[in-house]
Design a protein around this ligand. Structure first.
Ligand SMILES: Nc1ncnc2c1ncn2[C@@H]1O[C@H](COP(=O)(O)OP(=O)(O)O)[C@@H](O)[C@H]1O
Ligand SMILES: [Mg+2]
Length: 378
């Protein structure tokens, strides 16, 4: 199938997608400035391998809970093939593929147009409204991450609804606790609330991307220049930020690593944080509000307080916290009485007993205290 890769209203490059969903051929380059971040153009043309990596990265990952059953129900052989069913549109960025010049971004984008709930329902393990007439026109086709999730429309807003995992289904509660901590500490973040579908807990957060902006995952940013062997992972990221003119990255990284230390986050990989840019002017606006803090607080173990690995710069939290430059913004006093609120949040879970809730809350307070001690030493 022949398409033009579009960035909102800007044609970027003409491309051919084969029957397996891969980009088989690239032809006319319309505007190389609008290529996805990290995709280079050489004298021989656009790096097709890098563009394919980016394109495949738009598909639902193989690790997504319930994916194979969902694909069977939809009659689609692989999640890569789902991308084309919604013109590759997403609610996190402004890229899409246009099969025909008559189609405009205004007429198809998911920010202002309604979308089908069928894919979301099927991904949640349920039957679509009318199984005989399934519509696959949905931003769920291009959503990342392994937890069960779907986009929903409420009024003119779009919200991401995300489930939990394992025996505790703790991730939605963790998102709410992380939101509470970041609100108290004045850290720019995505606010999550709790909702239930029957007995099952889910988190809800509003889309932080607008029709003129987009999220560029840190993973794309670190791909933009070659890492020198002398540079640490953090230095490399900061160098890439400097290259793009992204201001105050270190300050936001200080926030993120401090939060991750306090909640003992296990999953801050390079797709779980990023940067916001204006999709029209390509101007960088800075660090994205912190999102996806759910894989933390010993979410999948009965051993609350056990040492867990950290990401993305160091493998141990005790090492990673040392990368924080400035803690002058951190005020332990602002976490006053937070322990009781955390227990209250966790008490809404049918799967978490009081003793576990209290142990988690105590861990948060004592880890925050350790940050306060670090601050005194800096
Ligand atoms: N509020 C949001 N607004 C826009 N995009 C979002 C929002 N929350 C998440 N995303 C996008 O969806 C992806 C998956 O969400 P995430 O919370 O990371 O799920 P998971 O916990 O399964 O990894 C993120 O990597 C990001 O690209
Ligand atoms: Mg994620």
């Amino acid at each position: 199938m022949q398409y033009t890769l579009m960035h909102k209203n800007v044609p970027v490059v003409d491309m051919e997608v084969d029957e397996t969903g891969f980009i088989a051929k690239l032809s006319k380059v319309h505007d190389e400035r609008h290529l996805p971040v990290g995709v280079q153009i050489f004298s021989t043309g656009v790096d097709r391998k890098a563009l394919n990596d980016w394109w495949l990265g738009r598909s639902i990952p193989a690790s997504r809970v319930g994916l194979s059953q969902a694909l069977l129900s939809m009659g689609v052989a692989s999640s890569v093939l789902l991308i084309e069913k919604c013109f590759g549109l997403s609610l996190s960025d402004q890229y899409w593929v246009r099969p025909d010049e008559d189609i405009t971004w205004e007429s198809v984008n998911f920010f202002t147009n309604k979308f089908s709930t069928d894919v979301g329902e099927i991904l949640f393990g349920r039957d679509p409204n009318d199984p005989a007439r399934i519509s696959l026109f949905s931003p769920d086709n291009t959503s990342d991450g392994w937890l069960r999730k779907k986009w929903i429309i409420a009024g003119s807003k779009r919200f991401l609804m995300k489930g939990g995992s394992g025996v505790f289904h703790q991730e939605p509660f963790n998102e709410v606790i992380a939101s509470l901590l970041m609100t108290r500490l004045g850290v720019n973040h995505v606010d999550y609330t709790l909702t239930f579908d029957g007995e099952k807990p889910f988190s809800l957060c509003e889309n932080f991307v607008t029709p003129t902006t987009e999220l560029v995952p840190a993973y794309r940013v670190i791909e933009s220049i070659k890492k020198s062997n002398q540079d640490s992972y953090l230095t490399h990221l900061l160098r890439c930020c400097e290259h793009f003119g992204i201001a105050n990255a270190q300050g936001s990284i200080d926030w993120m690593l401090t939060l991750d230390y306090i909640i003992s986050n296990e999953d801050r990989h390079y797709n779980n944080f990023g940067f916001i840019r204006n999709a029209e002017t390509l101007e960088w606006q800075g660090f994205a509000p912190i999102f996806d803090s759910g894989s933390s607080l010993w979410h999948n173990t009965a051993r609350v307080g056990t040492v867990v690995d950290s990401k993305p710069f160091k493998g141990k939290h005790e090492e990673q916290i040392k990368l924080v430059n400035d803690l002058s913004w951190f005020d332990f006093g602002k976490l006053d009485r937070v322990a009781g609120e955390i227990v209250n949040i966790l008490s809404q879970s049918p799967d978490i007993e009081e003793a576990r809730a209290k142990a988690i809350s105590q861990q948060i307070v004592s880890r925050a205290e350790r940050v306060e001690h670090r601050k005194a030493k800096l």
